[in-house]
Design a protein. Structure first.
Length: 172
């Protein structure tokens, strides 16, 4: 039913997200498997199943942000980003999609369309992934509660490691 890239990516994200949390420092509030009540108010978060979380991820994140058209590991890096940080932000501040677009050298309009996808295919290197992840780290440093930053940075380091393993031709 799901593509192999989505299956790999969602397993990585689910592992990073863990189970139920209602940490007052987390702007998502009540969260399970990374699905937050703030962004999914119609969901029964405490009783959310992993299958339902996977469906939500596929429809509202993977497909919505064209991760299915991005090459691996860009698909993973962008997917994880839009799950964990704002996807697009109107105004001078960058969301994950604008970070991607700045990294691959296209106009940052907040839409993953044919131009962004083509540029990501051309700029699919360890240096580009590191640039993108450093932009995400900068946002964490600016916007995240200090007590949560270590875990958020660790998440980015793990993603970089997975991307590099891909570059070496090794599956993760």
């Amino acid at each position: 039913m799901y593509s192999s890239d989505f299956t790999r990516a969602v397993a990585i994200v689910l592992k990073a997200e863990g189970v139920f949390s209602d940490d007052k420092r987390d702007p998502g509030g009540e969260t399970k498997y990374g699905i937050s009540k703030r962004w999914h108010p119609g969901e029964d978060i405490p009783n959310l199943t992993i299958d339902r979380a996977t469906e939500i991820y596929h429809e509202h994140y993977w497909l919505k942000f064209s991760c299915d058209e991005l090459p691996w590991p860009w698909s993973l890096l962008v997917f994880d980003g839009v799950v964990n940080q704002p996807a697009a932000i109107p105004g001078p501040e960058d969301g994950v999609i604008e970070m991607l677009q700045d990294t691959v050298g296209v106009k940052d309009d907040g839409i993953v369309g044919p131009v962004t996808i083509a540029a990501a295919r051309k700029r699919n290197t360890p240096a580009d992934w590191g640039d993108f992840l450093s932009r995400r780290a900068w946002r964490y440093a600016q916007k995240s509660h200090q007590d949560l930053q270590r875990g958020l940075f660790l998440r980015l380091f793990k993603l970089q490691w997975i991307a590099l393993r891909t570059f070496e031709g090794k599956e993760v």
